[in-house]
Ligand binder design. Structure first.
Ligand SMILES: O=C(CO)[C@H](O)[C@H](O)COP(=O)(O)O
Length: 232
């Protein structure tokens, strides 16, 4: 099965958790987009849901496919968020933000009673950190914020390149008007300590460590679908 087929299988299995009348958070990325396509088929067949998209990109696909949308202003409490991830560890701690939507993704996940992660098996890791950690920062004071992030990481025994994200030769700008620094710290043995340290830096808007948010992961591999709950 190719990579896209695995994403579709994970998205299809997650759709079983979506019920008529639900208020849904809808993630961002190629796996979440497969979910939107399948969700649109259910909507066309009569399932009533309302979705809060986690990015302009997801909102535009939902509009194209006639998936009804709302906002957190209109619908501040959600039943379920379904989203992809860049890395998933056994505790279902995640690295997210490869698609640059981590801030809205985290706000939407936190507003949801439940978050289900959908991914192919390549996203599973024993310890987070193979994927560079996206850190959303305010453009003001970028150089100072980058130094502060490096210093905070060093105190935790972490180091590595902290690179300003670019797309097509230009600085990448998030839906919220911020920049992203991708931090290649390598293995992150204590994600909670790094999360707290990053949150203490004024220029950091949010980071891609999602801790304690996901309650289930639906993982597609060549041997089929498996669901993973957080290890204690
Ligand atoms: O966090 C994200 C976007 O900000 C995505 O969920 C993450 O990058 C995974 O994307 P994909 O499903 O394309 O591998």
């Amino acid at each position: 099965m190719d990579a896209r087929a695995l994403k579709i299988e994970a998205a299809r299995a997650a759709l079983d958790h979506v019920e008529h009348g639900m208020r849904l958070g809808i993630g961002t990325g190629s796996t979440a987009e497969e979910f939107v396509r399948l969700l649109a088929e259910k909507v066309a067949a009569g399932m009533e849901i309302v979705g809060v998209p986690t990015s302009e990109r997801t909102a535009s696909l939902c509009r194209e496919l006639s998936v009804p949308l709302s906002t957190l202003e209109e619908t501040p409490e959600l039943d379920l968020t379904i989203d992809g991830a860049d890395e998933i560890d056994p505790a279902l701690s995640l690295i997210k933000g490869g698609g640059g939507a981590l801030l809205r993704e985290k706000i939407v996940a936190a507003a949801s009673a439940k978050m289900i992660v959908i991914a192919d098996a390549t996203k599973l890791v024993d310890t987070l950190g193979r994927f560079p950690l996206p850190i959303e920062v305010n453009p003001f004071g970028l150089a100072s914020t980058r130094i502060a992030i490096g210093a905070a990481a060093e105190k935790l025994g972490l180091s590595g390149a902290i690179v300003l994200r670019e797309r097509e030769g230009k600085t990448f700008v998030t839906d919220g008007g911020h920049f992203i620094l991708d931090a290649s710290f390598g293995r992150i043995p204590d994600p909670r300590a790094l999360s707290d340290a990053l949150h203490a830096i004024p220029g950091v808007v949010e980071h891609g460590l999602f801790l304690g948010l996901a309650s289930l992961a639906v993982i597609a591999g060549s041997d089929g679908i498996r669901t993973v709950v957080p290890a204690r």
